[in-house]
Design a protein around this ligand. Structure first.
Ligand code: ADP
Length: 546
């Protein structure tokens, strides 16, 4: 029996991916306990040939050969040297930016010599050249790691998969992606119906039976997903056509790196060129520009007196190290120059708010949901890194050329020098995105970010409406305090509205004040205890689709 998801797979999305990742880890553990892996773990190859011409499967078997007539020798003790070696495969090309960098060529293998920090590693290529590489450009080169296969896309939604395959527009073009069913995988494939020009995208869920075998057609079972894909690349065996062309993520834009190089947060202004003005905001004008004439960047020129610059520069050193596919990367700052320049990743489609408004009526609900999911992933990363956004809203998210949404301006309100913006009674204070403890007591936390996330979901599902459209900030404070909440956008089914609504649990003022006075709290109010029901990014938020 073939399971395909066009209509039959119930779509579920995990708003915050922690649960998914737990499930994925479990699945990967299962892979590594497949028979071949067990053997290779028991009998590690002690002298792994560098860049051997042998296909990996052969290497594998060779390491498992036992002398047949003699009593098998006990396995050799693992040598310190080989035990720790990490081999990686480049997912993207990387051109050296500094003399200390090493060039990466997509698909090639490298040996990791040292991890300088989570983002920059020292590596050696097969010519024995050594240098620093961005860690997000490589992945561990082992057969059980799906990322080494050019058909696997980790961070892609059903919607994005369909768009990618339609662009390719080739019979049998396919990808494998993480399914919305936690811990499972889906094959998405471009097919044309027989005797028709009409093309469709089929989604086949890869199932796993009780013995840990994978299948899309029950008759054909495999120990691992790569084996299953390999088989169906040669045999349709129940699929509409065989899997003909893997569509890799490689064509997509190169990911941003944590700074242009290791510990490089200060940028030389002579290496920047300005292309055109693309916007202006609280701090000043934003330009599209280029760094060293080949990397597109956004350059924000900070108006004199609009920011407490020294504090920001200190923080910028930390912020360049916040790297995630759903955060707008801060590359660095030009501090030797007036005005101060902040250099970030360039996002081709501008702010999420204008993106939604300009495409009113044209975005499918799946797309709206996947935008919320993008933001949720970025926020989960920020919280894990103990970073509070403080001004999460659609206007502070940006959209790139692949229509991925990324969070921008995180933490920046701390450096604004404008009373209208800082003071909760100021006209520019984002009251409509703030929970009561923020507009009453200036108490920011990841929980207050959760409240703002609920409002952002509402903005997305109203295609960019202003929350509490006809109310002043003061009226909103009164309304929220009385328990009034934003209404359900007509594009949001009940299940989606429940998620946004659950972000708006109020901590009551008496409870909050009581927690301030609580002697057991050691002077520090444990006000989170009044938030028992507010979902955090780590909670599992599964939404049944309409
Ligand atoms: P501020 O933080 O000073 O208020 P914003 O970050 O909101 O300024 O930027 C103002 C506008 O500039 C945005 O609405 C967007 O249109 C454009 N912009 C800002 N940063 C980028 C970027 N990284 N890529 C593309 N456009 C950007």
């Amino acid at each position: 029996m073939i399971c395909f998801s066009d209509n039959t797979i119930q779509s579920i999305f995990c708003c915050c991916c922690c649960c998914c990742s737990v499930q994925k880890r479990q699945v990967r553990t299962q892979f590594s306990l497949s028979k071949d892996e067990e053997l290779s773990e028991k009998h590690p190859q002690h002298r792994r040939p560098w860049f051997s011409e042998l296909p990996r499967t052969k290497q594998h078997h060779r390491s498992c050969v036992q002398p047949s007539t003699r009593k098998p020798l006990p396995p050799l003790p693992p040598s310190e040297d080989t035990e720790k070696k990490i081999y990686v495969k480049a997912l993207y090309d990387f051109l050296p930016r500094e003399p200390c960098n090493l060039a990466l060529k997509r698909g090639e293998e490298y040996l990791i010599l040292e991890k300088y920090n989570p983002h920059w590693w020292k590596a050696r290529d097969h010519f024995r050249n050594e240098g620093l590489i961005p860690s997000n450009y490589v992945t561990e080169n082992k057969l059980t790691n799906l990322e080494i296969y050019d058909w696997y896309h980790r961070n892609i939604t059903r919607n994005q998969a369909e768009r990618l395959l339609k662009q390719e527009s080739k019979e049998g073009a396919f990808i494998v992606r993480d399914s919305r069913h936690l811990g499972l995988f889906t094959i998405s494939m471009f097919v044309r119906a027989r005797r028709s020009t009409h093309a469709t995208i089929k989604h086949y869920q890869i199932k796993c039976n009780n013995s840990g075998q994978y299948y899309v057609a029950e008759k054909h079972l495999f120990q691992s997903i790569p084996e299953l894909i390999h088989y169906h690349q040669h045999n349709a065996a129940g699929l509409m056509t065989r899997l003909r062309y893997p569509v890799g993520p490689m064509g997509s834009c190169l990911p941003a790196t944590a700074g242009f190089s290791y510990e490089k947060w200060e940028i030389d202004p002579s290496e920047l060129s300005f292309v055109k003005e693309i916007g202006s905001g609280q701090f000043g004008v934003v330009h599209l520009g280029e760094w060293r004439a080949h990397i597109q960047v956004a350059i924000k020129a900070i108006n004199e007196g609009s920011m407490s610059q020294e504090d920001f520069i200190e923080e910028a050193k930390v912020m360049t190290k916040l790297t995630h596919s759903r955060l707008v990367q801060l590359y660095g700052v030009c501090i030797q120059h007036k005005p101060l320049y902040i250099v970030t990743e360039f996002m081709e489609n501008g702010s999420l708010l204008s993106y939604l408004r300009e495409r009113k009526g044209k975005l499918r609900k799946e797309m709206l949901l996947s935008m919320c999911q993008d933001v949720c992933e970025g926020m989960e990363y920020l919280e894990k890194n103990s970073f509070i956004h403080r001004d999460l809203a659609a206007r502070n998210c940006l959209v790139n050329s692949a229509c991925l949404v990324k969070i921008s301006d995180f933490g920046m309100t701390r450096y604004v020098l404008d009373d209208e913006y800082i003071s909760s009674s100021g006209a520019k204070f984002p009251v409509k995105w703030s929970p009561p403890e923020v507009f009453h007591f200036n108490k920011y936390s990841s929980k207050s970010d959760v409240w703002s996330f609920g409002v952002l979901m509402w903005e997305v599902f109203t295609e960019g409406k202003m929350p509490f459209e006809n109310k002043s900030n003061l009226q909103v404070v009164e309304a929220i305090s009385k328990g009034v909440r934003l209404y359900r956008p007509h594009l949001a089914p009940m299940s989606i509205y429940e998620v946004m609504y659950s972000c708006w649990h109020e901590v009551s003022v008496p409870n909050f004040l009581q927690s301030l006075a609580d002697p057991s709290s050691d002077g520090r109010p444990d006000y989170y205890k009044h938030y028992p029901k507010t979902p955090s990014w780590q909670d599992k938020v599964s939404v049944s689709w309409w």
